[in-house]
Design a protein around this ligand. Structure first.
Ligand code: SAM
Length: 245
């Protein structure tokens, strides 16, 4: 038994070293904010459409990212990369929350809802999602919960880099979600057009291993956003929104 334990510990150590190496390689493979943005965009496009081939260096990056996720799914590697390489926009309040705080907040909100709402699908809104770290934490805490497959997430950020980070984080964790490139403070279409703010939805539907990703049309994005913006009225009318047919 002791020997087994030692072997296991030895293997764990090797695994840890491997993780460090791949994380290190991952970080070293990107050196600037613009490169970070480029690989994020290419990776999201890669998942959204097989028409867009990935450049070789981006493919290497994506493989490393997926590999690192297999070893340490509980970490938000995107958030680490954003903190180390990505330029933060202080005008948008871009500061990240630590995983332990996210866990604490998720336990006292989603955790309580899980206890109360045993029969209803849970819909979770994250209106300033950054890298999607709150969703990563929710995954770590609750993905084995019986109700998890009925949960779906709605993530919003006005910075496209954050949108891409969140999409990748949610895709590889097999989420049902809509990730919005939008301004969470602007609801009506005419205001969005007047203020020239984006409104683009990406739909994620959980699949066998990872979610499938669909970039919704501009018209569908506007229509769905407006429904959610006026969601209390729609609830009264008992209207249901079907995103994926
Ligand atoms: C304080 S960071 C939090 C990020 C993440 N939730 C976390 O805790 O690590 C705020 C995020 O909100 C985004 N943001 C700021 N104003 C926004 C707005 N009006 N609509 C949508 N996103 C916004 C920023 O781009 C940034 O990613």
């Amino acid at each position: 038994m002791v020997q087994n334990g030692t072997q296991n510990e030895g293997q764990r150590l090797i695994d840890c070293l491997n993780i460090r190496m791949s994380q290190q390689q991952l970080i070293e493979s990107i050196t600037s904010d613009s490169e970070f943005y480029e690989v994020l965009e290419a990776s999201v496009n890669f998942f959204a459409s097989d028409q867009i081939p990935l450049k070789h260096e981006n493919l290497i990056w994506l493989n490393k990212f997926l590999e690192a996720h297999l070893f340490i799914p509980e970490e938000d590697l995107m958030c680490s990369l954003w903190n180390r390489i990505g330029k933060m926009n202080s005008g948008l309040g871009q500061e990240t929350t630590s995983m332990s705080i996210c866990n604490y907040m998720n336990r006292s909100t989603i955790g309580k809802t899980f206890e109360k709402e045993k029969d209803r699908p849970i819909h979770i809104l994250d209106p300033a999602c950054g890298s999607g770290i709150f969703a990563v934490s929710a995954y770590n805490l609750f993905h084995k919960h019986a109700q998890w497959p009925q949960c779906w997430f709605q993530q919003v950020d006005c910075d496209l880099k954050c949108v891409y980070m969140t999409i990748l984080n949610l895709l590889i964790r097999n989420f049902n979600a809509i990730v919005w490139h939008a301004n969470a403070l602007v609801g009506a279409r005419e205001d969005m057009e007047k203020l020239n703010v984006p409104c683009q939805a990406y739909g994620l539907k959980s699949g066998k291993k990872i979610s499938t990703l669909t970039k919704l049309s501009q018209e569908d994005s506007y229509a769905i956003w407006e429904v959610w913006y006026n969601r209390s009225d729609k609830k009264k009318e008992n209207q249901q929104l079907t995103l994926f047919k």
